[in-house]
Design a protein around this ligand. Structure first.
Ligand code: UDP
Length: 496
């Protein structure tokens, strides 16, 4: 049993701080919240983790792990009213949405979980001490008021992007920008930064979402604080600025992915992996340390088939080993055909292609990996930071362009591949915007010898060490988790 388990056993169940975790049902949000559940439970708290049948079955490996290790996590499986809100039966995760226009229905179906969740929580002992909810679940604020407990928000962003989003939303900075090439300034942002509208968080317009956005913002202001999957040593300036501008306390408790300590939890993370882990590890073990580039664009990015082919040709031209995760096969048969027509055979000695869900942290943290080509989703980015490897940034949409700036300009642990166009979520990109030459150049910049690359590798390695320290006993995030549990427990006692 872990030290956390011993701590949990030492606490009388009725005295435990009881957190209710309500993730947005998207892989990039469920995964970090599952990690958060583990960390809180390991530090002695009790957790109720809200999910739905389809999402629970994807998390089966995680649930098994939680049960087997005796973590105090309860999985609250609520019926998801997909059909009632005009969605296909079983459409319980954003990656199952057929069109972006259905996002509104999806969010309304989520809001309908308020009553069943409230009823469930009324029966629980100890009663809830605190709700940690995805920021988009504004309706959880009603539940926190009903129970007289704090609501903390989580949205999966780092401090840098959270601050920028807040400045944009509060200042309505995007509202009157017509010119798509105009560079926008961000008053109050502590370091130089300019972006075009399409590269800003909040720039995606989704049909019918205005009222929901309004609710989210109103409840955000009333929330007690914010939980972030980051750590002080990485971006203290931006976390501090965020606290100052918002007047909210920030609990930095990351990198939360570090709670995945053994192979089984790494393989079961998010979804069942589509590759046999032993085969994957054998392949990685056969490669020289630090020689392989890991290429993966997360769970939602929709890269055009011809762009994928171009990327593959760039990897081939680089003559360097790579692991490439491709999710397009089921959507774009032409990519599969192209792979089968010779590409896979041609690169077989130095390229491993994974179709579908990859055990990302298992691969990233293997010693063979020397670089990470990423779409800059925050989870992937911080997982790369933990791996201590430099990155090639290839953002697609949302706050990924902002994370790219953090990695390239502030941390100086990555190079841009040079993305020109924004590939909006749910909108298929049509043309090739990143050439094979650009891919080859970026891989060389990252993986070759030479002073600049060496410096970048050193910096990345240092951040990797700091990341691990933050969650070790006495580290900043470790201490914050304990303080969070104490403070929320005290508040519950005071109000109860
Ligand atoms: N992930 C994974 N295997 C995959 C694709 C993604 O394990 O094949 C995980 C990845 O490690 C990360 C999450 O899914 O934890 C994706 O979150 P991120 O914020 O990087 O991107 P999003 O999918 O939200 O765009």
């Amino acid at each position: 049993a872990s030290a956390g388990q011993a701590l949990a056993d030492n606490l009388n169940a009725s005295e435990r701080t009881h957190f209710v975790l309500v993730p947005l049902m998207a892989q990039g949000h469920i995964i970090p919240m599952a990690d958060m559940a583990c960390l809180l439970a390991e530090h002695g708290a009790q957790v109720s983790f809200v999910t739905t049948p389809v999402n629970a079955s994807r998390m089966a490996g995680f649930i098994e792990h939680a049960v087997a290790t005796g973590l105090a996590i309860q999985f609250v499986k609520l019926h998801f009213p997909a059909v009632e809100f005009g969605l296909p039966d079983g459409c319980e995760n954003t990656d199952l949405l057929q069109s972006r226009d259905l996002f509104k229905n999806f969010m309304e179906a989520c809001a309908a979980l308020r009553e069943p969740l409230t009823a469930y929580l009324h029966q629980q002992r100890p009663s809830p001490s605190c709700i940690i909810s995805d920021m988009s679940h504004w309706w959880t604020a009603d539940i926190s008021r009903e129970f007289g407990i704090p609501r903390l928000t989580f949205n999966g962003f780092c401090g840098f992007a959270s601050l920028l989003r807040y400045i944009i939303v509060r200042g309505s900075l995007l509202e009157h920008v017509e010119d798509e090439n105009e560079l926008i300034n961000f008053p109050g942002f502590p370091t130089p930064l300019q972006l075009t509208k399409a590269r800003c968080p909040g720039s995606i317009s989704v049909y019918g979402l205005e009222q929901i956005r309004k609710n989210i913002c109103e409840e955000e202001i009333k929330s007690t604080g914010v939980v972030m999957n980051t750590f002080q040593e990485l971006e203290a300036l931006y976390i501090e600025s965020f606290e100052q501008i918002t007047g909210k306390k920030v609990w930095t408790v990351g990198p939360m992915c570090l709670c995945n300590k053994d192979i089984n939890t790494m393989v079961a993370r998010g979804n069942k992996a589509s590759i046999d882990e032993a085969q994957c590890l054998r392949w990685l073990d056969s490669m020289k340390p630090g020689s392989v580039t890991f290429v993966s664009f997360g769970s939602l990015a929709c890269t055009a088939p011809q762009q994928l082919v171009e990327l593959g040709l760039g990897l081939e031209a680089s003559k360097k080993p790579f692991v490439w995760v491709i999710k397009a096969g089921d959507k774009f048969p032409q990519v599969e055909e192209w792979l089968a027509q010779g590409f896979e055979e041609q690169v077989k000695n130095r390229g491993l292609i994974i179709r579908g869900w990859a055990p990302q942290v298992l691969i990233l943290w293997h010693k063979a990996i020397g670089g990470f080509m990423t779409h800059c989703g925050w989870n992937s980015t911080i997982e790369g930071i933990c791996a201590g490897v430099p990155m090639i940034t290839w953002p697609h949409f949302a706050e990924q362009f902002v994370n790219e700036r953090l990695v390239v300009d502030v941390l100086k642990t990555g190079v841009e591949v040079g993305v020109k166009a924004v590939t909006q979520w749910g909108h298929e990109q049509k043309e090739v915007t990143v050439t094979r030459d650009a891919v080859e150049t970026a891989v060389s910049k990252l993986m070759d010898e030479g002073e600049a690359a060496e410096e970048m590798r050193m910096r990345a390695k240092e951040f990797g060490v700091k990341a691990r320290k933050a969650l070790e006993q006495g580290g900043t995030s470790y201490n914050n988790i304990n303080l969070l549990i104490q403070e929320m427990g005290n508040q519950a006692n005071a109000s109860g």
